[in-house]
Structure formats: C-alpha cells, structure tokens
Design a protein around this ligand. Structure first.
Ligand code: ADP
Ligand code: MG
Length: 423
C-alpha cells in the first residue's frame, strides 16, 4: 500500500508516493500547514474532506483569475518577512508585480527566492507584512483559493498517469466537464509543442518534454499568476536556452503574469521584463535587465550580474555638476552624488573598456596586457595598470581588434559606462 504523510513542505516518505503529495501541492490542494494521507495516489481519510473543499474553492480561484480586472498592481508584497527562529529567510521585502509582467527573482542559493515565491503561492505564511492581490489582502488565503499555480523544478508529475491525465488533473479537481477538459488539455499541449502526446506515458518522455507537460498542466487552469521555481534547472544548457525562449513566447502569447525563480543571471537577463536581485533575503536591485546590468545599484548586483571591474575611489571634489574621483587608475569625473572625502565603489564592465577613445572618453591610463584568451565572440584580456598601483583590469576586446600579451595600450571608457555604486 503506497502511503505518504505530508507535514509542512516536507514530505515524509513512507513508501515512495511523495511525488503525489508534491503534485497535489503544485495545484494548491495541500498547503504547507496541512497534513494528508495518500493511498494509491488518492487522498484518504479526513484530509479528503479538506481536499474536496479546496477543490471547490479552486473553482473560485479560476473564476477569480478569469475575472481579474484592471486598475492597480496585480500582486503586491508589503513589508513581507519570514523568519525561522533566528534565521531570517526574507527580510522586509516590498514588491509590486504588474499584470502581464515576466518577473524574475534572481539571487544566489539561500537568498530567499523560494520563500518569496511560496508566500505568493500561499504555501508559506509571512511572519510579518502582507500579500495583496488586486488590492485585497490574501495573506491568509490557502493556495487553492489563489489564482496562482506553481511549477516546481522536479515537475511533480504523476508517473502512473498519461500526459493528458496529468495535464487535465487541475481541471478535474475544478470539476470542469469532460468535453471542455479534453478541449483545454489539447490546447495546452499544443501551446507547449506537445500536440498529440496526450496518450503517452510520462516515462516515455525526455526531460524537456516532461518540463513541457508540467508547464501545460499549469497553464491549462488559466492562472492569473504562474510561479516557476527554477523550472529549467534540470535541463542541459542547450535545452535550457531553447526552453527560455519558449517560456518567453508562451508568456507573451498568454499574457499571464510569470514569476520565475533562478540563480542564473544569464537566464534572468534573457527572459525577464523585470529582474529582482536578492541577497540575504533583501532586494538589492530591481529593474529591467539592461538597467540592472548596465547601471547596477549596488556592489553585490555589479558582481553578481556577470563580470565587472570594481574600483575603490575617493571623492576629491565636484566640478560642473560632476563628481571628481581619485581611482587607482586615473582621476575621473562621473555623474552621481557623494560627499567630498568619501570612499566609494565604481563598476566598469569589461566590454566597456576600449583600446580606442570613444566619444565622451575618459582615459584610464596605460595598461599592460598580461594574458589574452580567444573566446569566439571576443578576446578576454587580463591587464594591469602601469605605475606603482598594478591594478588588475579585465577587458573584452572585439575579435577584429588585434591585441597581444605584452602590448601597452592606453585604455578608455565612456563616462556613462562608469557606474557609481551604492554600498
Ligand atoms: P533560495 O530559494 O533563494 O535558495 P530559500 O528561500 O529556499 O532560498 O531559503 C532562504 C533561507 O531560509 C535559507 O537560508 C534557508 O536555509 C532558510 N529556510 C528556508 N526554508 C526554511 C525552513 N522551513 N526552515 C528553516 N530555514 C529555512
Ligand atoms: Mg530555492
């Protein structure tokens, strides 16, 4: 007899039916504080009542999703915080998510991404603060009553059911009539590129196809918000890139709001309308991918979002509305605010350091190229500044530009590419 006991978000595996619990969780039929007993993939005993009740409320959730009206942000987190004893997983986060946005929560492991997603989905209750949907406080609403669906990294598919039954599961729970169900399942499978796969068994699918089934199962219930927790983490690099494009295409086509969690900054940049950079449970930066990459707000963002040259500088004065800074390389004048005498950090991306003076050029002085590696799209060079300082510099030189170890070029950067960081 297969049986699992679900306690919190931890599934205590009794005889290997934990996937069932996770699948129910994905659809919001179990919340983190709930407990259920499963047998042969079905909920048994007392929790069945709860499950039936949630299933009913599921109808309301989809009704809610369909009836979502305009005006004000779709989801709003106000001062949410989550602590586990001394451990603060999320520290007073304010976040506005607009309708139809593709939002990516980006941060290293342990930065609080999953906890924030789980508070939006209703699986984790905040220690403080509130979650609003269309201006209504939904902080205490169970997952099944929210117009949200979660796609987990492990997909949580029912292995003993066909592709079609997996995709139709949420509709069955919502008591959608068979004919309507069949139509919507076929449509969802078509949207994820699995037309005609309905009768297949899950074990006959590749990793990428399973990932698509999980997506189809989520979109078929027409959620207002799709929550994705590192959904591409298990795929190899090529497939991941392809799925990133497909996710964006799907999101734009459906117009559904996506909140996607990843620790991969390249993934975040290629799919997001808005990136939320997280570190130690706090928002470090928030904005469009190009803004966050080109003008990172903080030292953490500058180093986490790809490679960057970071310089420590001293504010030596102000002139013509520009801040004069003494750096280990040269004196530069940049836009920004800081008191005279203050120590600040500057960030310059490796591709912004030029061997020929661009318009609006600032000279960073002479450097010696120490190492050069051809990387197909560019040459990656390590250089050190001339003089006593020997400051390290990383450059990305276009392939058509000749550069050799031992060369001693003067290097330049455009003023707007020197970013003054907040600490
Ligand atoms: P991420 O998804 O960014 O890797 P999480 O949101 O899972 O991070 O976790 C943030 C922090 O909170 C981590 O340090 C993690 O260990 C801790 N944490 C998460 N869930 C729990 C829990 N149920 N009990 C105790 N600590 C937790
Ligand atoms: Mg996580």
């Amino acid at each position: 007899m297969g049986m699992s006991v679900v306690t919190g978000v931890l599934v205590v595996k009794v005889t290997g039916r934990d996937f069932v619990a996770t699948a129910y969780r994905a659809h919001g039929y179990l919340r983190s504080s709930g407990a259920g007993v499963f047998s042969r993939g079905r909920l048994k005993g007392d929790p069945t009542l709860k499950y039936a009740r949630y299933a009913n409320r599921g109808n309301q959730a989809s009704a809610m999703a369909e009836g979502i009206s305009s005006g004000g942000p779709l989801v709003e987190l106000r001062g949410i915080r989550k602590a586990y004893g001394e451990m603060v997983a999320v520290d007073t986060v304010d976040l506005v998510i607009e309708r139809g946005e593709f939002v990516v929560l980006l941060g290293p492991s342990g930065s609080g991404k999953t906890t924030i997603l789980s508070m939006i989905g209703g699986f984790v209750e905040p220690s403080a603060g509130a979650v609003y949907l269309e201006g209504s406080d939904i902080t205490r609403l169970p997952p099944s009553r929210r117009p949200t669906v979660t796609v987990f990294q492990d997909y949580a598919l029912f292995p003993h059911m066909s592709v079609g039954s997996n995709v139709g599961f949420g509709l069955e729970m919502r008591r959608v009539a068979r004919a309507e169900r069949r139509r919507r399942v076929a449509e969802a499978l078509r949207l994820v590129g699995l037309e005609g796969f309905g009768a297949r068994a899950i074990h006959q699918l590749s990793g990428g196809q399973r990932q698509r089934v999980a997506l189809a199962r989520a979109i078929v219930v027409q959620p207002a918000v799709l929550l994705l927790d590192e959904p591409l983490g298990a795929l190899d690099l090529n497939l991941r890139r392809q799925m990133q494009e497909e996710l964006v295409g799907l999101q734009k086509q459906l117009g559904v709001t996506f909140v996607h969690v990843t620790h991969d900054q390249e993934e975040a940049m290629s799919i997001a309308d808005k990136i939320v950079v997280l570190n130690h449970g706090r928002i470090e930066d928030l904005g469009s991918p190009d803004r966050v990459y080109l003008s990172p707000a903080t030292l953490f963002t500058a180093t986490f979002m790809g490679e960057s040259n970071i310089f420590t500088a001293t504010v030596s004065g102000r002139r013509n509305g520009l801040l004069r800074l003494r750096t280990p390389l040269a004196e530069v004048e940049v836009e920004g605010e800081a008191p005279e005498g203050a120590t600040v950090h500057l960030s310059v991306r490796p591709e912004h350091i030029k061997l020929e003076a661009p318009p609006d050029a600032i000279s960073l002085g002479e450097v010696t190229i120490e190492e050069m590696v051809f990387q197909g799209t560019h040459r990656r060079c390590h250089a050190v500044s001339a003089g006593d300082g020997r400051t390290d510099l990383l450059l990305r030189v276009p392939v058509e530009q000749a550069v050799h170890p031992g060369d001693r070029p003067e290097v330049f950067v455009r003023r707007r590419d020197v970013v003054l960081l907040a600490d």
